[in-house]
Design a protein around this ligand. Structure first.
Ligand SMILES: [Zn+2]
Ligand SMILES: [Zn+2]
Length: 256
């Protein structure tokens, strides 16, 4: 049986047509809960059992509190919210704190809450919804996991938010059956100072990093700030490289 990744959102911020990061794997697994999640129906939201968070930034978590409220009382089991300890403690302290939003990890009651936090560890594989998911740290302004998603046949590597990352390159080079790599290139070269300060890629340092990848790969760039997508792709394609590079698109599916 093949597995399907559905790109619900892949923008680095919002406008009328741009949703932030949310990737659905088959029916029941999500990576991040950006505004892309708002495109799912109630029936589709009810099926989400597991949410893997990359990090605590709001463009990646903002639909989680509302999803918990919307479908928490229509589910048998809590939604499992997974991430590194820093991500989960930020959510507990700053979002599900009874001030910004109710603490749905103990509400409506401790026996049957709407969500359940579960810390996951770097380089420890987890099997959910028909795929294996391996977290690894990347290089962002807060602790941030990239994820390798594997079926029996292929793997897809999702970089999450990151600037140049040794771990990311190592993960790519040691994975033999790669179908695609999804990498954050948020800014144009003109905004390289902001990119470096906020630990995202811009085309020049992205291309320099790609030279460290041994084999030719299918690479999708993601997390562009709305309005900059074409310039970013043009800047990348104007520089020599051996890979096949396209922009990830909202609504795109990848079968693997
Ligand atoms: Zn971020
Ligand atoms: Zn982001």
């Amino acid at each position: 049986m093949s597995n399907v990744i559905n790109i619900l959102g892949c923008a680095g911020s919002i406008d009328k047509n741009s949703h932030t990061t949310c990737i659905r794997i088959n029916d029941s697994v999500l990576i991040d809960a950006g505004t892309g999640l708002l495109s799912l129906t109630t029936d589709e939201l009810k099926k989400i059992d597991s949410l893997f968070l990359t990090h605590s930034h709001i463009d990646h978590i903002l639909a989680l509190p509302l999803m918990a409220d919307s479908v928490g009382n229509q589910r048998e089991n809590p939604i499992e919210v997974m991430g590194c300890s820093e991500t989960l403690s930020s959510l507990q302290k700053h979002i599900f704190n009874g001030l910004i939003w109710p603490d749905f990890s103990i509400l409506p009651n401790k026996e049957k809450p709407y969500i359940k936090f579960k810390e996951i560890l770097s380089n420890h594989m987890i099997n959910k919804g028909g795929v294996s998911i391996l977290p690894f740290y990347v290089n962002h302004t807060v602790k941030c996991f990239g994820y390798k998603i594997s079926s029996n046949n292929h793997s897809i590597i999702f970089s999450a938010d990151t600037g140049p990352s040794k771990n990311l390159i190592e993960m790519i080079n040691k994975t033999n059956n790669l179908k695609a790599i999804i990498i954050d290139v948020s800014f144009t070269d003109e905004k390289s100072k902001i990119a470096v300060a906020s630990k995202h890629f811009h085309p020049s340092n992205f291309l320099a990093e790609l030279k460290k990848i041994k084999n030719k790969q299918q690479i999708y760039i993601t997390h562009a700030k709305p309005g900059n997508e074409k310039t970013i792709l043009n800047e990348i394609n104007s520089m020599q490289n051996k890979h096949n590079i396209e922009a990830l698109k909202q609504g795109q599916t990848i079968t693997f």
